[in-house]
Design a protein around this ligand. Structure first.
Ligand code: UDP
Ligand code: MG
Length: 151
């Protein structure tokens, strides 16, 4: 079963949008597999965003992301990575459709309230970085997945 790393950024935590974001992933049918409130170091964030190191906005991105606690989560389910990205909307909130998380709650690219993995490979890298002690996925008998995947 596919997993993705979803993180509520410091502005999302400060504005009290954590529950709303969790609600949307639960509602859609994904399974909450790990969750932690973390105040990340700049070094940790530089690792998370290592692909963006050369970008002009990188220093301000690291400042923003280290300005307060974040809520890191692992969500599991069919096509979790691509569907998670769709649920988030575009990187620039102004380009995000209403009904998406960014399209409903923000207008600034530098304050876009949430992160979602962009590929299965990156999702696994991010899960290993943010949950170094590992994540255990337990099948839930009441999960909607059981209707389709279990006897
Ligand atoms: N970002 C920014 N300015 C830009 C592009 C990105 O401040 O021009 C920030 C924004 O917070 C974004 C993050 O850097 O979410 C990571 O960029 P990426 O291209 O990976 O976008 P995402 O995957 O988050 O949609
Ligand atoms: Mg990205």
């Amino acid at each position: 079963m596919e997993r993705t790393y979803i993180m509520v950024k410091p502005d999302g935590v400060e504005r009290g949008i954590v529950g709303e974001i969790i609600k949307r992933f639960e509602q859609r049918g994904f399974q909450l597999t790990a969750l932690e409130l973390i105040h990340p170091t700049k070094e940790h964030l530089e690792e998370h965003y290592c692909d963006l190191k050369g970008k002009g906005f990188f220093p301000s991105l690291i400042e923003y992301m280290s300005s307060g606690p974040v809520v890191g989560m692992v969500w599991t389910g069919k096509d979790a990575v691509k569907t998670g990205r769709k649920m988030l909307g575009e990187t620039n909130p102004l380009a995000s459709a209403p009904g998406t998380i960014r399209g409903d709650f923000c207008i600034e690219v530098g304050r876009n309230i949430c992160h979602g993995s962009d590929s299965v490979e990156n999702a696994e890298k991010e899960i290993a970085l943010w949950f170094p002690r590992g994540v255990k996925t337990v099948a839930r008998s009441h999960s909607i997945h059981s209707l389709f995947y279990e006897n």
